[in-house]
Design a protein around this ligand. Structure first.
Ligand SMILES: Nc1ncnc2c1ncn2[C@@H]1O[C@H](COP(=O)(O)OP(=O)(O)OP(=O)(O)O)[C@@H](O)[C@H]1O
Length: 347
């Protein structure tokens, strides 16, 4: 079941929360909405769920226009931060809830409900806790029960708002991989809101980067990192160093460093360099862009991460090098950096 939103506009009073949002989520894919706090992720998810209505634009689920349909008529599962478990109900009853409140005509029998709830508890690996109450569960277990509850009505679309928001890093990591497996096992279409880029990059097929109520870019993790379309995406996804230079006669100049660029007008142009995109020289063989001093050395598996201080402008940069090629590094050592690649945007 696919999700299409077309030209969604949303105001809260004078505040323009969503600006001409169009988005397609293909059947069976897992897509994340990623962006800084307040950029409109939750509002968009609520509009797709039918918990909020757009001022204009269209929501189409599986080819059907549901723009004016209420939440209960959209046949979707959702799990929002604010939808905590019912404290006075057992795990079993929490998961069964969505089924027991269905109109009689379409409500499964008691036996069928029992079967479905137990299947879901097995799926979330908690069948032994069916009789437990929410306060007897860990945070991660509670989140899994909340997910099982949202899956009980067999939705073909699952909307998740920061599903693992309040959990510690290790549990989050386990749960998100587990969520990815469940998503594929049940063949549902999932849209997930997160402000955690590692989470988005790790589990999503596609990521929608939002900023100030707009979509900046939609792509997979590699596209967003290697071919960002805007300065915002470049800075938001992964680490990057930023340099404002001047283009004159087709040459980008930053200090004495020169780099040919196919821009003809004379203008200010920002260049971005990722930590692994530097060539590092220990001697000054000319042509370097930065002269730096090593301030911190951190071994990350087979790679070395250097935090270096630019000796001209007092800015720190991150540089990732491989120890095999570059040999030994010591604190305070001087290095000369030449970019292997620069991503340019006009200022
Ligand atoms: N009911 C409302 N009334 C007024 N303003 C609202 C309402 N709901 C959201 N907003 C505003 O709209 C903007 C977008 O909010 P939204 O919750 O969609 O952001 P978000 O990207 O999900 O942020 P976060 O990551 O912090 O949850 C925010 O500036 C918020 O203050």
């Amino acid at each position: 079941m696919s999700i299409h939103v077309n030209h969604i506009e949303k105001y809260f009073g004078n505040f323009h929360a969503l600006k001409n949002i169009s988005l397609t989520v293909q059947t069976g894919s897992l897509v994340s909405l990623l962006g800084p706090s307040g950029c409109g992720k939750t509002t968009l998810l609520r509009i797709i769920a039918g918990l909020e209505f757009a001022d204009s634009g269209q929501v189409v689920l599986n080819g059907k226009d549901v723009t004016d349909k209420k939440v209960q008529d959209r046949k979707i599962g959702f799990m929002f931060q604010s939808y905590a478990l019912f404290r006075h109900m057992s795990v079993f009853d929490n998961v069964a809830f969505g089924l027991t409140v269905l109109p009689k005509a379409i409500r499964p029998s008691k036996d069928e409900i029992h079967q479905r709830v137990m299947d879901l508890l097995r799926l979330i690996q908690l069948p032994h806790l069916a009789k437990a109450f929410p306060h007897q569960l860990s945070g991660g277990q509670r989140q899994r029960v909340a997910l099982a509850r949202s899956l009980a009505v067999k939705p073909s679309i699952l909307l998740l708002d920061e599903p693992f928001g309040a959990l510690d890093a290790k549990v989050r990591k386990e749960l998100r991989l587990w969520l990815r497996d469940i998503h594929h096992e049940l063949n549902i279409t999932s849209l997930l809101v997160t402000h955690d880029q590692e989470e988005a990059l790790e589990i999503s097929d596609q990521i929608v980067v939002m900023n100030h109520g707009q979509i900046e870019q939609l792509g997979d993790a590699a596209e967003l990192y290697h071919q960002p379309k805007t300065p915002f995406v470049t800075e938001f996804i992964g680490e990057v160093s930023k340099f404002t230079g001047i283009v004159e006669q087709g040459i980008w100049r930053y200090g004495k460093f020169e780099y040919p660029l196919s821009i003809t007008q004379n203008t200010s142009v920002i260049g971005y360099v990722r930590p692994h995109e530097w060539r590092v020289n220990k001697e000054n063989s000319g042509g370097s862009m930065l002269e730096v001093e090593i301030k911190h050395i951190h071994h990350v598996g087979a790679l070395i991460r250097l935090t270096v201080l630019d000796l001209l402008t007092p800015h720190f940069h991150e540089v990732i090098v491989s120890p095999d090629e570059e040999g030994h590094y010591v604190l305070g050592q001087k290095l000369f950096l030449i970019p292997k690649n620069i991503q340019f945007f006009t200022d």
